[in-house]
Design a binder for this molecule. Sequence first.
Ligand SMILES: [Fe+2]
Length: 150
Amino acid sequence: MASQGALNTLNKEVANYGLLFVKLHNYHWYINGPHFFTYHEKLEELYNLVAELYDDVAERLLMNDGEPFATMKEYLEHSTLKEGDRHAETEQMIKDIINDFKQIRQEMQDAMEKFEDGDEAIEDTFVSHIERLEKEIWMMSAALGKKTKL
Ligand SMILES: [Fe+2]
């Protein structure tokens, strides 16, 4: 059986991905400037990725008899991320998304240090998410001309 700590982190990430899905649409719609086409398209790719990861953590929770948060109200209450600002500058939007990806990655990493026997499947889920998040962190950082700092 999975530990309560592992299940709680899974559900926190359901809330984070739920919020991030909306936030990525916000930035997909409102980003502007000379790199509009590049970022508009990239943000669409990211909300599709996040939709996949969001469903993945929720279903992993259901497989462990957990109850994933499933309303906007719950996401706002339990997410550790902030909603997007549609008036933000382009670079700020991308930095914001990089930081959100880093935060989810870090929360999974921290949680795994406290995992117990029975948490192996959740650990596999987190490891696969971390791999995908890190790849995007690297690419978005490169797009801003910055080194990847995890
Ligand atoms: Fe679109």
